[in-house]
Design a protein around this ligand. Structure first.
Ligand code: SF4
Length: 444
């Protein structure tokens, strides 16, 4: 349910089924051309589709013309209170102007900006903030903040329509995650225009990312939202872009760069995985292809749930293994795991995306895995697979149980290592840890 209408910010389509656009805002003084352009290039490289710059002073609007000309991505001019700056920003070639019609100086001044925007074909982002709703909505805001926010936004939309202007997107900003979700759900039902999503003043990189992931992720999962900005209290705007991409990638809405999957670790961990995961994540930033790379903390579980990964590593105290698509490639000393992983990834690309296998090395790795794998271990991964089978239906659960107890057919595909039984290689159902057992057997 993306918006029915589509606008274009420069060449970037927003709404109407277009991919959700990632945007951020520079943190530099806009008039400082060198610093602003450096940050724009950094965020563009990190994956920003659009970038907004603050234009609070004359010197900023003067810098805007150069910024628009030199920027690799479209520029939105962010303007408050001063309609003259909005007019100048449009004339400077800004690809979009963000303003709040409620604080720009009255209907005549709004009409003046709209007239020039029409002339130049410049889209606007119009919107409302929970902290600055019009006076006539204050009582409603007290009783029902969500309805007050949505009413303010729809009144703005009606003003645009009265001025015969449709080239805009709408935002409603609130610091409250539940209000952001509820108000955007309501607004999406009421208007056909593209929606800009964000949780305003979300906080630090840690808390702000989580709030944004919950708020924006919930809406995006419902198909609501056409462009997003993550607001974080950091000078490094590229961090906002990275978080935005992680949200979109997690929802499979867009793809960009590799996907790193890593086990949560547990008491079976046998090497310094924290360090390894950070290093792998950093080195993967140099790759653009959406390959999946997995890091497992031990070989007890075999390759387990990571068998679909394009490449992965699993380690033990001294030795580890590199695998691809569920097949061992080679065993290497633990301290060389990361280096050798990237050698294999680079060989794959050099060979036109073909995994390069050395059968001798693969056989050696297979033997190492067999020695280190423990099919009887009730690992978090196996517990998850058993839970999934149990949730599927009773028959699937029975099949898993029977196979574990060695009384019946093998466990369903995907339940790796669950094929042991009392009469087989010694696996015993542990009622204390098995959710399947807990569900299936009475403890009386
Ligand atoms: S059992 Fe699973 S979660 Fe624990 S260290 Fe091994 S792979 Fe990671």
């Amino acid at each position: 349910m993306s918006s029915k209408r589509q606008i274009h910010v420069g060449p970037v389509p927003i709404g109407g089924g277009a991919p959700v656009a990632v945007q951020t805002m520079t943190k530099t003084e806009t008039a400082n051309l060198a610093a602003t352009m450096e940050q724009i290039r950094t965020v563009a490289e990190a994956g920003a589709d659009i970038v907004r710059v603050a234009v609070p002073r004359e010197q900023d609007v003067e810098a805007l013309r150069t910024i628009v000309a030199e920027s690799p991505i479209p520029i939105i001019a962010d303007i408050h209170f001063n309609h003259t700056l909005a007019l100048k920003a449009i004339e400077a070639g800004a690809h979009c102007v963000r303003l709040n019609p409620g604080n720009i100086g009255g209907p005549e001044k709004v009409a003046e900006v709209i007239a020039l925007a029409k002339l130049h074909g410049t889209p606007l982002r119009v919107g409302v903030n929970s902290g600055s709703l019009p006076k006539h909505l204050r009582e409603l805001e007290y009783e029902n903040p969500v309805e007050a926010l949505v009413t303010a936004a729809t009144e703005t939309v009606e003003l645009m329509e009265r001025l015969d202007f449709e080239n805009f997107k709408v935002s409603m900003k609130s610091t409250s995650v539940p209000n952001t979700i509820a108000s955007n759900r309501l607004l999406a039902e009421r208007i056909p225009y593209p929606l800009h999503l964000g949780v305003t003043e979300a906080g630090t990189k840690w808390s702000g990312s989580l709030k944004s992931a919950v708020g924006l992720g919930t809406l995006l999962a419902d198909g609501i939202g056409d462009t997003i900005r993550i607001s974080l209290s950091t000078f490094h705007a590229e961090e906002e872009v990275k978080v935005a991409w992680e949200i979109l990638k997690a929802l499979k809405l867009r793809q960009r760069g590799p996907d790193l999957i890593a086990c949560p670790t547990c008491g079976r961990l046998q090497f310094d995985m924290d360090k390894v995961v950070v290093e792998v994540e950093q080195r993967l930033e140099a790759y653009e292809d959406p390959i999946e790379v997995s890091v497992l903390g031990c070989a007890v579980n075999g390759i387990g749930e990571a068998r679909h990964a394009d490449f992965g590593i699993t380690g033990a105290k001294d030795m580890g293994m590199i695998y691809s698509k569920g097949e061992p490639l080679k065993k290497v000393p633990t301290e060389q795991l990361v280096e050798e992983l990237f050698k294999e990834i680079d060989r794959y690309y050099a060979a036109g995306k073909t995994v390069q296998r050395d059968e001798g090395a693969a056989e050696e790795a297979r033997r190492w895995l067999a020695e280190n794998e423990d099919e009887t271990a009730m690992t978090p991964e196996r517990i998850a697979m058993l839970e999934a089978a149990a949730a599927e239906n009773d028959e699937a659960a029975d099949a898993v149980l029977e196979s574990m107890l060695g009384e019946g057919p093998a466990a369903p595909a995907g339940v790796a290592g669950a094929t042991n039984g009392n009469g087989g290689n010694g696996a015993v159902m542990d009622e204390a840890v098995s959710p399947v057992a807990g569900r299936r057997f009475s403890r009386d």
